[in-house]
Design a protein around this ligand. Structure first.
Ligand SMILES: Cc1cc2nc3c(=O)[nH]c(=O)nc-3n(C[C@H](O)[C@H](O)[C@H](O)COP(=O)(O)OP(=O)(O)OC[C@H]3O[C@@H](n4cnc5c(N)ncnc54)[C@H](O)[C@@H]3O)c2cc1C
Length: 385
């Protein structure tokens, strides 16, 4: 079916991104995988290309677009080529909405130009060693100093994408204890300068997949954070997270759909070339049926993703819509990618084949941004259950 979700502008942007990936990413991608991260100067290239400023207003150096679909195009093109832009999707798809919605005019002038150029990379730190799904249980504290000039930040975070390379991290911390009526109250976001005294990057964690994005532990020991770096209002962060997580989940849904579509292409190419018992693997009826099943699954994912993208651009994507889209696409993508890997035989298990990397990369999509179980809870709640 012809897709109608993208405009001519989105498609022109797709061509630019496709060419950029072919020239700047594919030739060096194996080196990034071995190094465990995309190099820092690559982010400057993304900045020069305008990727970080698409949704940033023109007065701060961006293009002033309101459509999230440009980010979706990047996600689709990376999946198509079997690569990623390192951890930079966190910078744009996760951190930027918070800065655009809650930063003051002074903060926007201070942060956004270097955000757009890639000179200031950002990450977001919600998860702690003791709590992930249940964010209200976070223990990191930010106590206001007696003279009211700064917060004193103490605690630890884990699994932070881009945590090694970030210059500023949006740290969620308790500025007040939970109240008996509301355990979500008292959480705030501080945009912490990673060069601050007492701020430390711990282990860079060894992951199953996503080898080109760094994922780190962070710790804070009496870190002084100026009050000018509080984002939005004190104590309101849980509400902010609730408003922004749907976009994060939509981004993960788009990635899952695009990775499943890529898996089919990789399998199609492979089964045409591979000969077994004197015939191409593509000639077996099983192969055709498996790939036909996969195609119909991906068609269904595409329909879900496209509706969700339209709803999001129209400002109508609810938390339950996003959770449902993420749940469906990530669970079905896992099945599709597994079937496509099977068609590769033993080569499908070798990391030099893109299907093996996809298999490993996609596993986390059912965990991060909220697990499938949490997505089910959100959908069930929206059904009055
Ligand atoms: C590669 C990677 C990158 C990440 N990047 C970031 C990042 O940049 N920033 C950040 O803040 N976090 C990040 N995370 C953290 C991620 O969001 C959490 O791992 C995720 O939310 C799950 O939390 P948890 O790991 O603490 O699991 P837990 O919450 O301990 O869950 C354990 C199990 O319990 C289940 N469970 C939990 N609650 C319920 C329930 N109510 N009902 C039924 N089952 C339940 C879960 O589904 C899961 O199966 C990242 C994680 C990974 C793996």
């Amino acid at each position: 079916m012809r897709r109608t979700v993208y405009s001519e502008d989105h498609e022109a942007f797709r061509e630019t991104i496709r060419d950029f990936i072919a020239a700047e990413v594919v030739p060096v991608y194996d080196e990034w995988r071995e190094a465990g991260a995309a190099p820092r100067d690559f982010y400057k290239k993304l900045g020069e290309l305008g990727v970080f400023g698409i949704e940033v207003p023109e007065e701060y150096g961006g293009a002033g677009e309101s459509s999230f679909k440009f980010q979706a195009v990047i996600t689709e093109e990376c999946a198509r080529a079997g690569v990623s832009f390192g951890g930079s999707s966190v910078h744009t798809a996760l951190c930027l909405p918070y800065l655009l919605k809650y930063a003051t005019e002074e903060q926007k002038r201070r942060w956004l130009p270097s955000f757009v150029s890639g000179d200031m990379m950002t990450a977001i730190a919600m998860t702690e060693p003791g709590t992930g799904s249940d964010l209200a249980g976070m223990k990191t504290t930010a106590r206001l100093s007696e003279d009211g000039t700064h917060y004193v930040l103490n605690g630890a975070k884990t699994f932070i994408t881009g945590g090694v390379q970030a210059d500023r991290v949006l740290v969620c911390a308790r500025t007040a204890p939970p109240t008996p009526e509301d355990r979500r109250a008292g959480i705030s976001i501080l945009v912490v300068d990673t060069a601050s005294e007492g701020y430390a990057v711990g282990r860079k964690l060894e992951k199953l997949g996503l080898k080109t994005s760094d994922t780190a532990e962070l710790s804070f020991t009496d870190v002084k954070v100026p009050v000018e770096d509080l984002l939005g209002e004190e104590g309101k962060a849980f509400g902010y997270l609730g408003q922004n997580l749907p976009q994060e989940r939509l981004g993960i849904a788009v990635a899952a759909y695009a990775q499943a579509a890529a898996a089919i292409r990789f399998a199609q190419e492979y089964v045409r070339d591979r000969t077994v018992f004197g015939a191409s693997v593509a000639s077996f009826q099983n192969t055709k049926f498996v790939l036909a099943d996969c195609k119909s699954e991906v068609d269904a994912m595409e329909a879900v993703v496209d509706r969700a993208l339209d709803a999001h651009d129209a400002g109508e994507l609810t938390a339950a819509d996003a959770a449902s889209a993420k749940l469906f696409t990530t669970e079905r993508a896992a099945v599709v990618i597994d079937k496509c890997l099977q068609l590769h035989g033993g080569y499908g298990y070798m990391m030099e084949y893109p299907i093996a990397r996809l298999y490993a990369d996609t596993r986390v999509s059912r965990i991060y941004g909220g697990t499938s179980e949490v997505m089910r809870s959100i959908v069930a709640k929206s059904m009055g259950l």
